[in-house]
Design a protein. Sequence first.
Length: 256
Amino acid sequence: MATPNMYEVLKNLLLERQKKNPDSSLRSLAKDLSISPSRLSLLLNGKIDLTRELLDKIKTGNKLEGEEKIMLDECYENYYSRGDVQPTRYLTLDESIKVSGWEFGAIRVYLDSGLGDANPESIAKHFGITVEKVNEVIQTMFDLELLEMQDGKYVLQAKSIFNGIKPGDEAFKKSFSELCVRGIECMDWSPLEHREFYGSTFCIPMDLVPKIKKLLGKCITDVGECTMHHKKGEIYRLNIQFFPMRDGKNVPLKDE
């Protein structure tokens, strides 16, 4: 009998757990697989491919036992022997620059959420940008294999393509600057009850920085999990900035 593929194994694990315990959740399975619930949900719904990086993470980090672990291990070996795992493709720096504007993320979420008519005129009106800009963004998404047309509808193709923008790159600086400007613009028309702005300055020992970064990452993950099952609403952007205030070019950072 053929070994089930990894998608079938993960779905069956969740279904079998729910049969035995109706309170069993995707969140608890994700915890036992050592991946985030949002990532597991995207995987099971075909929104992302099973890459080598993700498969290895599940293999080495899972806390499964008994029959669950045996099935997962067999499937892991089967995947590698058949070569089914998709290699991760990162966007090049030049490609990243093309999708670094805030419009790219906004239009991508708009199309994925089905908030309104997916034609350039409606999208342009929704975000207050030109039709030419919308067409430019959509064409770039097609060129980078992030989008395709199926039955007259736009379908996101985010599989195996990850944004390669890194802090310090030209694309990162451009994207961050444009997002800041967009946030300031929204203050002119968006009432306070529809947005939020927090800021504070702390004195932090350097050995606490990794822990704080994990807490900030958890915040982003929690917000994503809270919203991932909702397709209707407004498109929001959440930025978290955490950086030293000293002049690092002339006064190097150190643990004092």
